[in-house]
Design a protein around this ligand. Sequence first.
Ligand SMILES: [Zn+2]
Length: 173
Amino acid sequence: MIISRSWTHLVMGLAMALPMLPPVATAADTPTPEEYVAHVGGDAKVVPHSEFKVDGAKMSCGTRPTVEDSQLDDYGAAYPGFLIMNPRLLEKVSTPVKMWIYAHECGHQFRGPDEETADCFAVQRGRRQGWLKPEGLEEVCKFISPAKGDSMHFSGSHRCEYMRKCYADPTVR
Ligand SMILES: [Zn+2]
């Protein structure tokens, strides 16, 4: 989840979207991507891991599939075992920002709910794979920093500071 900062919010959000699920999903009651798509309807569809692309470039997160869902209330989200990307919102941002969003959600798959950890995972992966240059990182920073100063802005700036450190850190976290 990119804008909302808590995994709990994400799981609660999905629990509201999928009312038959308890608020905290466990492996046994986690929906499959197909169940998610069947529930949300609309244009949602499952894209297998071997076919998922961002602006023509293949992106992968292990072998996890991606659900494309234009009705999602955020740019991207993670659910145990699959990623959710919102093509309607993603078309408004640049390629490195899109790729960072995908990698951030992938970070949740491998590193858990913490937002800073997912941010760090994403920028280090982008650096290693070559799709995130320092200019791209600045675009990401602009993307997560709301225009007006408030608690969100502080949070956005703080996340950026941490991502710049991670980006410069040769140790993989
Ligand atoms: Zn997140």
